[in-house]
Design a protein around this ligand. Structure first.
Ligand code: GLC
Length: 437
């Protein structure tokens, strides 16, 4: 897990024929489309501008260290040339395997690769309608019982196992296996077979928790490797049975995983600003987690402008501040974050990073627990020293030089206090690096 917790930041990619509809990856089920109706997107899928090297470069420049792509989402469409189905990219007008070139391009940039795989499958003829917790496109058909006579979860499971084998053996070293709604399929109690299969094929693989029955999630460390909630910010480091566990939260840029042309602004949709996204990353690391940030490429194979702008802004910030992210975690509990700030901590360097979300007016006080603990303070972006007073002296006098104004009222400080410039440094979120004793 070491590489993964050090990495802290990955890219999620939701891509498939639903990008043609541009109404999100759930479009088949939200609009209750029949197989025939949804077939249209398959018949025209041809991402002529797809260049995975360009995607990999964008991820790398944003500071992302790993990538997870939807090899197969709920609609069942496969991005690779699977032996076990015709419902795959090689049978669309595009005609080529998308994952092969994808994996190669990301590896060339030194980015670790993982596959998302949906348990439920709205296309596979054996996957029962209205099985499990995920809503099915045919859910309101009158003949569901008749349809299900032909369907059989056991046979579907075989398909799933065969595909997982393909994914884990056909593309070189795969570092992560990211299951979604896997527990809908494994609810019968056959989790262990799947885990054995996955770990047997790729002993180093890291797995999220969604393959597992949510009621039986205990015992982390031998079945799942990390918890994977979505679109949220946990209040604190996620714990299980009183123990802090590894976690990752995935987020969209705009409320939708799959490409959506018309995002609009509702409580659910709307583009997060670059500042919000950088803050999100910092906050997640400050609570000991990873951020998996999603992009939904268009059906022509591009990241749209809104996406690129955000990735670039994150990259600009990361170029100067990634030291407060990589290899970092929550600060030891005695260090309280000053107001409007988030703390991260690098245990190997023994340094604390103060992320200043709202620029103060000159005086910047750190809690008394910092007194006597700080050897050196500087801005991270330019390594320039920040002078401070460490619980000593009368600050009015020391800093204004105004002897008249010196007053016993102020007393001895019980803080570690810095005087910052009036103007905020020219970076999105300034970071102070503290070298601890
Ligand atoms: C949900 C959705 C899905 C998305 C996933 C990402 O489970 O069903 O569309 O892929 O979350 O976390």
């Amino acid at each position: 897990m070491k590489w993964w917790t050090d990495a802290r930041f990955g890219m999620f990619i939701h891509w498939g024929i639903y990008a043609e509809a541009a109404r999100g990856e759930w479009v088949k089920t939200t609009e209750e489309m029949s197989e025939e109706k949804y077939r249209k997107y398959f018949d025209i899928f041809n991402p002529d501008l797809y260049d995975p090297a360009e995607w990999a470069k964008a991820a790398k420049e944003a500071g992302m260290k790993y990538v997870i792509i939807t090899s197969k989402h709920h609609d069942g469409f496969c991005l690779w040339d699977s032996e076990y189905t015709d419902y795959k990219v090689t049978n669309t007008p595009y005609g080529r395997d998308l994952l092969k070139s994808f994996v190669e391009a990301f590896r060339n940039e030194g980015i670790r690769v993982g596959f998302y795989y949906s348990g439920p499958d709205w296309h596979h003829p054996k996957y029962p309608v209205n099985h499990g917790s995920l809503i099915h496109p045919l859910r309101n058909r009158e003949d569901v019982a008749v349809l299900n006579k032909e369907r059989d979860l056991g046979q579907y499971m075989e398909y799933m196992q065969n595909q997982i084998k393909e994914l884990l053996t056909g593309f070189g070293r795969i570092d992560l296996f990211w299951s979604d709604y896997g527990s809908d399929v494994t609810a019968g109690g056959n989790e262990d077979d799947l885990v054995k299969l996955i770990r047997g094929l790729r002993p180093g693989v890291i797995m999220n928790d969604r393959l597992f029955n949510p009621d039986l999630l205990s015992g982390w460390g031998w079945r799942w490797d990390y918890r994977s909630p979505e679109q949220t910010i946990p209040g604190q480091w996620i714990e299980m049975e009183g123990q802090r566990v590894p976690w990752e939260v995935c987020h969209t840029l705009n409320g939708s995983w799959g490409y959506r042309r018309n995002v609009g602004v509702t409580d659910r949709y709307g583009w997060k600003s670059s500042e919000q996204l950088i803050t999100l990353l910092i906050e997640i690391v400050s609570k000991g987690g990873n951020l998996l940030l999603n992009v939904g490429p268009t059906a022509r194979g591009k990241f749209d402008k809104n996406t690129m702008e955000r990735l670039e802004a994150i990259g600009e910030w990361m170029e100067y501040h990634s030291r407060s992210i990589y290899g970092c975690t929550a600060a030891p509990e005695e260090f309280k974050a000053p107001e409007n700030c988030l703390l991260t901590y690098n245990p190997e360097l023994n340094r604390i990073y103060i992320h200043i979300l709202k620029w103060p007016t000159r005086r910047f006080h750190l809690d008394k627990y910092f007194i006597g603990r700080v050897k050196h303070a500087r801005f991270l972006h330019d390594a320039s020293e920040i002078q401070f007073l460490d619980g000593q002296g009368h600050w009015d006098w020391v800093w204004t030089g105004d002897v008249e104004n010196r007053s016993e009222r102020t007393g001895i400080m019980n803080t570690l206090t810095m005087q910052l410039e009036i103007e905020k440094p020219d970076v999105e979120i300034p970071v102070i690096e503290l070298f601890l004793e």
